[in-house]
Design a protein around this ligand. Structure first.
Ligand code: HEC
Length: 143
């Protein structure tokens, strides 16, 4: 004959095991939280590195023939982009402008709007907004 107390024992055991499983899932869930937070703060850094790498490729294809392979510029042809970020640029109209991201974005997308003193205007290469921002990440890395 089947022992009823044994049956109860084994079902209690399975409840206990299920409970343990649940507790360990909860504990693991809790200990994983700080890791997730850390990943979130690291994400922008990783993203900007990736973006600068992509920008480097675009730069090599679209810009390097005039601005030089490493952004060093070509005398008489196109100004250097290395060291440009944060500097003051003299324009053909005699004014100066701070080379921040907004100025660089305009230089790429609307090249005729502000022309660097001593140069003829850069041609409009039809660079889209997303590509321009990727290029800016790269130009920012040329410090
Ligand atoms: C055909 C040659 C040529 C190409 C290609 C070219 N540029 Fe230029 N770029 C110039 C010249 C010339 C100037 C300076 C005159 C002016 O400001 O328009 C200039 C100016 C700039 C400036 C402002 C520099 C400063 O000192 O203020 C930026 C930023 C710039 N270019 C970015 C780019 C990027 C990014 C690309 C590629 C998408 C590119 N250029 C492609 C010729 C070129």
């Amino acid at each position: 004959m089947l022992n009823p107390s044994k049956k109860t024992y084994s079902s209690r055991l399975s409840v206990l095991l299920a409970g343990l499983g649940l507790v360990s899932v909860i504990v693991m869930g809790c200990t994983q939280k700080p890791v997730k937070k850390q990943a979130a703060t690291l994400a922008p850094v990783v993203a900007s590195t990736v973006s600068a790498e992509k920008g480097k490729k675009l730069y090599g294809n679209m810009c390097s023939e005039c601005h030089g392979r490493n952004g060093q510029g070509v005398p008489g042809d196109a100004p250097p982009l290395r060291g440009l970020v944060g500097s003051r640029v003299k324009l053909t109209d005699g004014t100066t402008v701070m080379a921040d991201d907004a100025y660089i974005l305009q230089s790429i997308r609307k090249p005729g709007a502000k022309v660097v003193n001593g140069y003829s205007a850069m041609p409009d290469l039809g660079v889209g907004d997303a590509d321009a921002r990727t290029l800016i990440s790269y130009i920012n890395s040329l410090k």
